[in-house]
Write a protein that binds this ligand. Sequence first.
Ligand code: NAD
Ligand code: UDP
Length: 313
Amino acid sequence: MKKILVTGGAGFIGSHLCEKLLNDGHEVICLDNYFTGSKKNVIHLLSHPYFELVRHDVTMPYFVEVDEIYNLACPASPIHYQYNPIKTIKTSVMGAINMLGLAKRIRARILQASTSEIYGNPIVHPQTEAYWGNVNPIGLRSCYDEGKRCAESLFVNYHQQNDVSIKIIRIFNTYGPHMHPRDGRVISNFIIQALRNEDLTIYGSGEQTRSFQYVDDLIEAMTRMMNTRKEFTGPVNIGNPVEFTIKELAEQVIKLTGSRSKLIYQPLPQDDPTQRQPDISLARKELNGWEPKIYLEEGLLKTIDYFKQLLNL
Ligand code: NAD
Ligand code: UDP
């Protein structure tokens, strides 16, 4: 049994990770400031004898004795990370410094939840880990993209300078139960709009693409990554390489919900990437044959069920 700290543990991905780590027999400390996360996401874990919930902001130092740290604390949806961009940068950068300092002091292994956004609006397609990206350093997304890029640099430097055992994963668009209903991400927006028979809001032409990963596939990859040999630090792409246009996604959601909704077109936000697809060859090789298993239709149905319950439909 290990003692494991999950920052951002009351968020969408963090709550699934806490549950998986407890099920695997570990002791979990879930740290969150509840900016976008919620106690509701982990309420089913509160009675577990090896689960502990701590309200704390990662921009402040935190001390605890653990074997491993998963660093997820950071708003992830464009609406939320653009709400207070300075705070987003502080969370990524100061949060990384605080957690890396802790890992160094207590000799814990630490995993960083990085993102496909570090590739910006990619010119190389699909994206491999060797690609350096195409990020607008002063655009609307830069607080998130550059914050996460700086965090990757901090991780690598703590590893090289202080021999901290690090792991970096670059997560591509992930969806599933516990997504925030008002975080504005495309899957939650479309499902909620479809369930209410409201028009689905397509930004731009809908020809931009994304590759959607169901959360269970990500959680499996995260825990496998944490347990790889010390020399393998990543970064490694984690995502589902099957690529869809946003319009195809909208049509699929309407079909699966049986909704009467129509599509409406709204302006494309600034710096919205036109395409995104992970090359996951490295993950396949290093993560013990890991492979995303959940097809979009199956994952969408599970997520639709979740939102139906949440909205009392
Ligand atoms: P989320 O917003 O649901 O979760 C983030 C959690 O961090 C929330 O519980 C929030 O309250 C907490 N948090 C934010 N700022 C904090 C702070 N200063 N101190 C303590 N806690 C703080 O988002 P998510 O989708 O679960 O994302 C989790 C991580 O995965 C993030 O680091 C995100 O960048 C990364 N990621 C997610 C995706 C995705 O598609 N969901 C893609 C790439 C990367
Ligand atoms: N999007 C959309 N309608 C929405 C929300 C998002 O067309 O109601 C588009 C958005 O412009 C982007 C894609 O869907 O091209 C994915 O958006 P999301 O915010 O989920 O993630 P990200 O852009 O960070 O990949």
